[in-house]
Design a protein around this ligand. Sequence first.
Ligand code: IPM
Ligand code: MG
Length: 356
Amino acid sequence: MKIAVLPGDGIGTEIVAEAVKVLNALDLKFEMETAPVGGAAYEAAGHPLPESTLKLAREADAILFGAVGDWKYDKLDRPLRPEQAILGLRKALGLFANFRPAICYEQLTHASSLKPELVAGLDILIIRELTGDIYFGQPRGRRMAADGHFPGAEEAFDTMRYSRPEIERIARVAFEAARKRNKRVTSVDKANVLETFQLWKDVVTEVHKDYSDVQLDHMYVDNAAMQLVKAPKAFDVIVTGNMFGDILSDEASMLTGSIGMLPSASLNDKKQGLYEPSHGSAPDIAGKGVANPLATILSAAMMLRFSLGQAEAADRIEAAVKKVLAQGLRTPDIYSEGTTKVGTVQMGDAVVNALR
Ligand code: IPM
Ligand code: MG
């Protein structure tokens, strides 16, 4: 089992170190190799996704990814910015299926900005298409407007597009996932306005014919954004495009109390996957030893389950995380009165101890 370890920038290095510690505490044999990515790789090799890092990622069974980005790179040309590393990996490895579970742990019910009764017991799964849509659609660019409201003015444009096979395969992923859960899928679109999402809706409806045991609903994205804060527990699996999924998954993260708790998996059709916390590189707290490593540790659990065929080890890690929360240990992002504030390393150590 070969794991490419790509810590990246900001808190990335600190939280990935804790996840690696947890993996090493299991009685399994892994080959782990670390490589720079994002701003760190730009500093070291002049590119956010150097050829050597991409090669390592391609050859690995799974990638454990930290986070990339720092404001200091905002002035670089787009192809050299840290974010291009994660977009480049998604594209190069064909990681089209992004799983973003939003689970509200019992002990963190009060950490959410929503009323506890709205989020208690929340367990929803957002499945975001990750290699298409306006993120990757060509053409895109800047030019002088030939028409429109201001001909001759500078304009910029991106292209939203989805093909039938792209929609079919992500719809299948969502229906299969729902079969293992509460058998309900909400497909989120904007079919009332956009051609792209009319096709989306049509294709999801067709694919559903193969999954009559799963209930399918369609919802416009604006309404979905509202329902997520109104009655989040009404959802089971949400499937949507790249752009809407980016936005809705950040929204959903706040239902759980902290984005520091949310893991994610990005899979291709060979079950090769990239596993990363749903949060970013948080340069403001980098190096302070206060970042919450649990999202990354839980991402490592997803990696064991989805890409490495070690479901039992994944269960063990998830049980250990619940145990440290029950012990009252909290990093600052999830701290509340009456609990014990700990740092990144202490939290990782506690998970390792809980595994034993
Ligand atoms: C995410 C992030 C990325 C995205 C950025 C860093 C490119 O926001 O994984 O949600 O927009 O997909
Ligand atoms: Mg995002």
